[in-house]
Design a protein around this ligand. Structure first.
Ligand code: HEC
Length: 224
């Protein structure tokens, strides 16, 4: 079995709320946590864990475009001079393109003011440390089982043949195998790429390397 990237389940998110579930005056944290699932394909709520978008762990009160270590902000957001308070977060979540034209968040916005209020309350609570959010953004690729640890990659014809540490081989049409890198703290160990499934179909997968330089050195052009 190839491990699928972890998906934040609603139960897990709710279980992570270590506070009483009463509604705050202006937004409901339980509903906010549910709504935040829409953000988790791109954002982690764990400190320092950047994905497509920056970590939202301490966004409250921060200047827009300044999360430590996130290097992919649009110029538009960096120049916006916004501070993420209640009003600006609400406007951003309502219509990001209207608040900051040319921003890079591929998200259309949320029309429902109630849901936005819940989300803003949730973002404030996360930043204040009033809710605990486990880092469910991506799997820890340093701790994978033998079935996912790639020990050899051969390229022959139009196929990649991968051997994993459990002595199995997996053959992929070259167009169905993606090569990725994860240089973060939870990326693979140096020289130890990891095989992960990338979709519903077993014929697609990705190999994640610790560094881009490994991609060519660890792949050998060789037929069985
Ligand atoms: C498709 C991916 C995607 C989704 C879904 C998404 N975001 Fe974002 N978000 C981004 C990206 C990328 C940026 C950086 C935008 C830029 O630099 O212009 C961003 C930026 C932000 C920022 C500004 C952060 C900062 O440090 O200035 C906030 C706040 C934010 N998103 C909140 C949310 C919330 C809340 C949701 C869910 C309702 C959400 N986003 C959904 C990709 C996404």
């Amino acid at each position: 079995m190839l491990p699928q990237p972890a998906r934040p389940g609603i139960a897990a998110v709710l279980a992570a709320l270590v506070f009483s579930t009463q509604a705050r005056a202006d937004g409901d944290l339980v509903r906010g946590a549910q709504a935040a699932r829409a953000c988790m394909t791109c954002h982690s709520f764990a400190p320092g864990r950047h994905m497509t978008g920056p970590s939202l762990a301490s966004v409250w009160g921060r200047k827009a475009g300044t999360a430590d270590g996130f290097v992919r902000y649009s110029d538009a957001l960096k120049r916006s001079r916004l501070v993420w308070d209640k009003r600006n977060l609400d406007a951003w979540l309502k219509n990001p393109a209207a608040l900051v034209p040319g921003n890079a968040m591929g998200f259309p916005g949320i029309a429902d003011a109630r849901i936005r209020a819940d989300l803003v309350a949730y973002l404030e609570a996360v930043s204040a440390g009033r809710v605990t959010v486990p880092d469910r953004g991506l799997p820890n690729l340093k701790a994978v089982d033998a079935a996912s640890r790639v020990t050899a990659i051969h390229y022959c014809g139009d196929a990649y043949r991968l051997t994993t540490a459990d002595q199995k081989t997996h053959t992929f049409w070259e167009f169905n195998l993606r090569f990725k890198t994860d240089g973060s703290g939870s990326g693979p160990l140096a020289g130890k790429p990891v095989l992960i499934g990338t979709g519903m179909q077993g014929d697609r997968a990705a190999v994640v390397f610790a560094r881009p330089e490994e991609i060519s050195t660890l792949i050998h052009r060789e037929c069985p």
